[in-house]
Design a protein around this ligand. Sequence first.
Ligand SMILES: [Zn+2]
Ligand SMILES: [Zn+2]
Ligand SMILES: [Zn+2]
Length: 169
Amino acid sequence: MHSLSSARQSEVKAWEEEITPCEHTLTLEQLVSGPIPASGLAHCNACDLKENLWLCLTCGSLGCGRQQFGGLGGNGHGLSHYEASGHAVSVKLGTITPEGGAGMMIALIGVDSADHDPDIYCYQCNDAKEDPDLARHLASFGINVQTLTKTEKSMTELVCPVMNVHPPC
Ligand SMILES: [Zn+2]
Ligand SMILES: [Zn+2]
Ligand SMILES: [Zn+2]
């Protein structure tokens, strides 16, 4: 194997770290019977975990992730679902508030920060991937990403109700 220049090596490294779509996210076929009720997003389909949850983008099944060392608990039910169904692609759900009703069920999709891309995992590739069609795939389940964005924005635009009384509210 010929040697690479250091510039070329860093280029290769950058390429390796970039999250890209895979054939499974690009050719995802959904089996959707309609919007997912809030109860279907409240906790893992197979156990009571309410965090570290992954939504199967094929059928909308919600399964917990794998146990993370020093991190969130998990029973690997998302992986079990893939092994049983062959549904490869899941997206991680963040804060879930079923009480909020449709459109407010998921306060955060993805991980910690708002400008971070959603966590999408392909069990078949066994790696993090990107789904360029995520908004449409979530909309099939009645989850409106546009509404979520709008909700976040309107929160920051909220005017303090007592601002006239106490300006530095
Ligand atoms: Zn579970
Ligand atoms: Zn599925
Ligand atoms: Zn894949």
